[in-house]
Ligand binder design. Structure first.
Ligand SMILES: Cc1cc2nc3c(=O)[nH]c(=O)nc-3n(C[C@H](O)[C@H](O)[C@H](O)COP(=O)(O)OP(=O)(O)OC[C@H]3O[C@@H](n4cnc5c(N)ncnc54)[C@H](O)[C@@H]3O)c2cc1C
Length: 447
């Protein structure tokens, strides 16, 4: 089996001395951190991205690669639509191939009830101008040539796209460097540098960087990082796993999935497959701490996750993970350079068999590689995109399983939020204070 494309076996690409001072220091080199750096650099700001492992080695390189407006929360939809245009613009700006293609995305309905839910979503989404539509059972069969199952219908968005995650985000990182950003891999941020009650920079494992502003884009690590500053971010992460097949014939299929199986064709001709409904939550101290906030989600989807009593050693919410450390000592972020949960092979074999049974006309699919990732989630399944209650700090995290596609737009938005420009969207739904100001949490669509 080919090893997973990104991880610690990949040589460090971004290395060198640390700058003494920058305008903005960004914690985390996933899609959010990298794209924010790109947009800030284009505005002429001096930016440093600090990544404890490798660029996009966690969620941002491990996802399905769907760039989706389909099924989005209504507050996210206009942002996802902006992201859709930005992806095309960005492909025009860089001289490497992001693997971008307008495949379309289809949510496949098993039952009439599923289709009724799609119709309900569409009635709210249409006024935003999205090109999504409901396809009948027959039209869905036409969309999936050779499929052995007849679906009740589907929600199809022809303008949705895909890109290759472990290719695209490193390309954006190189574009950010070209635009003037400094990126450092193997460089964990241990702490915020606080001066007179305000954030004045970061303390990394390799030294201090003064910064007028710091942004936390630490994916599944953001809550652990923020806690020592009295900032409670009720974030948990769930495991999800993916398999890549060897190349198969091209049937011109969209990226599609139902509650059991998701598939989309990659640039190398293979398919990226996943058991879409399968998520595993490792129970740790944060899971207990934030349980009351997650009750509405658990009630709405009682079987939405498998539970495991303890996370592997070093995971953000493992029982033994340090919650307090000083800036002078090795932090949990250095103990776990890349969060790399072990996939369950039996589940992969089931996923492969389900795909082979759905498309026998593709021949016998063979596994090329497999991997797994931790999806960072919030109680209401929408992210936090906000200034933090600490002067000089902002947060963009908790992307809830859909941050890759929307990443360019949140990167653009954060660049404007940090510099005091017009963000162009209503960010009220994404405010951090919704978890503490007594508001009733409104559940967004699932992960
Ligand atoms: C299996 C799977 C499938 C998915 N499918 C899709 C999809 O099809 N479409 C879609 O839009 N989204 C999808 N997602 C979600 C998407 O990948 C994430 O929402 C997105 O990548 C999150 O980006 P991020 O930059 O917030 O976090 P991450 O990519 O997790 O990046 C955060 C980075 O911060 C670093 N970091 C953390 N703490 C520190 C510190 N103290 N110092 C330095 N560095 C630090 C980490 O090492 C990490 O690299 C999927 C996710 C998974 C796991």
């Amino acid at each position: 089996m080919t090893p997973f494309p990104l991880g610690l076996h990949r040589p460090v690409e971004h290395d060198g001395p640390l700058p003494d001072a920058v305008d903005v220091a960004i914690i985390g080199g996933g899609v959010i951190g990298v794209l924010t750096a790109l947009f800030l650099s284009r505005k002429g700001l001096k930016v440093a991205v600090l990544e404890k492992g490798r660029i996009a080695a966690e969620q941002s390189g491990r996802n399905w690669g769907w760039i989706r407006q389909t099924g989005r929360d209504m507050a996210e939809l206009p942002i996802a639509m902006e992201a859709n245009s930005l992806w095309t613009q960005l492909q025009g700006d860089v001289d490497e191939d992001l693997g971008l293609a307008r495949l379309g995305v289809a949510y496949l309905g098993n039952t009439a009830k599923d289709v009724a839910e799609f119709e309900d979503w569409l009635s709210k989404a249409k006024p935003h101008g999205v090109d999504s539509r409901i396809l009948s059972a027959g039209q869905t069969a036409d969309l999936l040539p050779g499929a052995t199952k007849r679906f009740a219908g589907s929600l199809h968005t022809p303008s949705d796209m895909k890109a290759e995650p472990w290719v695209a985000v490193p390309i954006f990182a190189r574009a950010a460097v070209k635009a003037g950003a400094v990126i450092r891999e193997n460089c964990a941020v241990r702490a915020l540098d606080m001066v007179a009650g305000r954030v004045a920079g970061v303390v990394t494992e390799k030294g201090r960087i003064k910064a007028d502003h710091v942004m936390v884009a630490g994916g599944a690590w953001s809550s652990l990082f923020l806690r020592p500053y009295g900032i409670s971010l009720p974030q948990l992460s769930v495991q999800a796993q993916v398999l890549a097949t060897e190349a198969l014939p091209d049937l011109d299929l969209p990226a599609a999935g139902n509650s059991d199986l998701a598939f989309r064709r990659r640039a190398d001709g293979g398919f990226t497959l996943a058991a879409s409904g399968w998520h595993r939550l490792f129970i740790g101290p944060d899971a207990f701490r934030h349980l009351p906030k997650y009750l509405p989600q658990i009630k709405a989807h009682p079987f939405g996750a498998k539970y495991h009593p303890a996370a592997p050693k070093g995971f953000p919410d493992a029982w033994g993970t340090q919650r307090h450390w000083s800036a002078e000592e090795t932090s949990p972020f250095e103990h776990m350079r890349v969060l790399d949960p072990k996939p369950t092979m039996a589940l992969h074999q089931k996923t492969l068999a389900a795909f082979a049974a759905l498309f026998p006309n593709l021949g016998t699919p063979r596994i090329k590689t497999v991997w797994s990732g931790m999806i960072d989630a919030m109680p209401d399944v929408v992210p936090v995109v906000d200034h933090a209650p600490l002067e000089g700090l902002s947060i963009c995290t908790g992307m809830c399983g859909h941050g890759f596609g929307i990443g360019p737009a949140f990167g653009r938005i954060m660049a404007d939020l940090i510099t005091g420009g017009a963000v162009g969207h209503d960010l009220h739904r994404f405010r951090l204070s919704r978890f503490s100001d007594g508001s009733k949490l409104e559940l967004g669509p699932g992960l």
